[in-house]
Design a binder for this molecule. Structure first.
Ligand SMILES: [Zn+2]
Length: 312
């Protein structure tokens, strides 16, 4: 285990995080390069590979000792082929990403979606450690989800498992990006929280509003802010209870900037979840904030390739 080394690569909209990680999850080196998606995937893979090789050299690691690379990307994928069918953020369509990275790195490469690798990272080294069945939910622009069962990502047949953000929780609710109405992410994402805060007449100190402002206002006694938060938490608990009744997880990890609100989010969420989920489901299920922050994806990506190489 200790002798293993892999690259984790997390392709975000702005930057690509790269980490050289050993089998214990220690980060030997880390770096980031601009994504610049308009230059195309070939240029990105080349630039990541150059950076990775120089990172290894600076860290005194022989390139031959790096066993593979895991890649996380916000995209619809064919995981088996390492194929990006569609990345809406990057405007990439039908990209053989795994093949391109293999060519540049000369290593086995595994590609998975960003929510899945982040979930794997949290289960490996973060808030979901040693979980039998973990549901990881990220509250951001949307609501992302990943399922890890027995330490491995559960993908379903077309890598769509865990799309908890698109569980329909409110009849006749707002239109979602996916084309349906009343999806969880129209009610409980960080974006939705802010949108509903603005609709309720809230505004931040400089005229703008973010989710932290809303939690700060509620903490200072603003009842409107508290009502907006309560509504968001209610729908989140409904969505989580559907996921939990289906999966019977021992842990639900909540990620995204909103978890900085701490107990003001997690405590009422636990209480609302206990009301919504089956008793025998809720009483064994911890709800905890993520602990790896923005590093979850890059660590999970490294883990992905390490565990798949082990089984070869
Ligand atoms: Zn949707």
């Amino acid at each position: 285990m200790n002798g293993q080394l892999a690259l984790g690569i997390d392709i975000g909209g702005t930057n690509v995080k790269i980490a050289l990680v050993n089998g214990n999850g220690d980060v030997i080196a880390r770096e980031s390069v601009p994504t610049a998606p308009e230059r195309g995937p070939e240029v990105l893979c080349k630039s990541v590979a150059e950076t990775a090789k120089s990172m290894a050299q600076s860290a005194g690691v022989a390139w031959d000792d790096v066993q593979g690379a895991g890649v996380g990307i916000a995209a619809f994928l064919d995981v088996e082929r390492g194929w990006v069918e569609e990345s809406v953020n990057l405007h990439w369509f039908d990209v053989p990403l795994g093949e391109l990275f293999t060519k540049e790195l000369g290593k086995p490469v595994r590609v998975d979606n960003d929510a899945n690798v982040a979930a794997l990272g949290e289960v490996w080294l973060g808030a979901g450690q040693n979980a039998n069945t973990a549901l990881c939910v990220t509250l951001g622009t949307g609501v992302g989800g990943g399922i890890v069962i027995g330490g491995r990502i559960h993908r379903g047949v077309s890598t769509m498992a865990g799309e908890i953000g698109h569980i329909m929780v409110k009849n006749d609710g707002e239109l979602c990006n996916c084309g349906h109405h009343g999806c969880l992410e129209t009610l409980s994402s960080a974006t939705a929280l802010v949108r509903h805060g603005k609709a309720a007449g809230l505004s931040g100190a400089n005229g703008d509003l973010d989710s932290k402002d809303i939690f700060d206002m509620a903490a200072a006694g603003n009842e409107t802010a508290q009502a907006v938060i309560d509504e968001m938490i209610h729908w989140l608990a409904v969505g989580l209870s559907i996921g939990a009744n289906l999966l019977n997880p021992d842990v639900i990890v909540i990620a995204g900037g909103v978890v900085n609100a701490g107990d003001a989010l997690i405590e009422p969420l636990r209480a609302a979840f206990a009301k919504e989920a089956l008793l025998r489901v809720s009483r064994v299920c911890k709800i905890v904030p993520a602990t790896l922050g923005s590093q979850a994806g890059v660590l999970g990506a490294a883990r992905l390739v390490l565990q798949e190489i082990q089984t070869i």
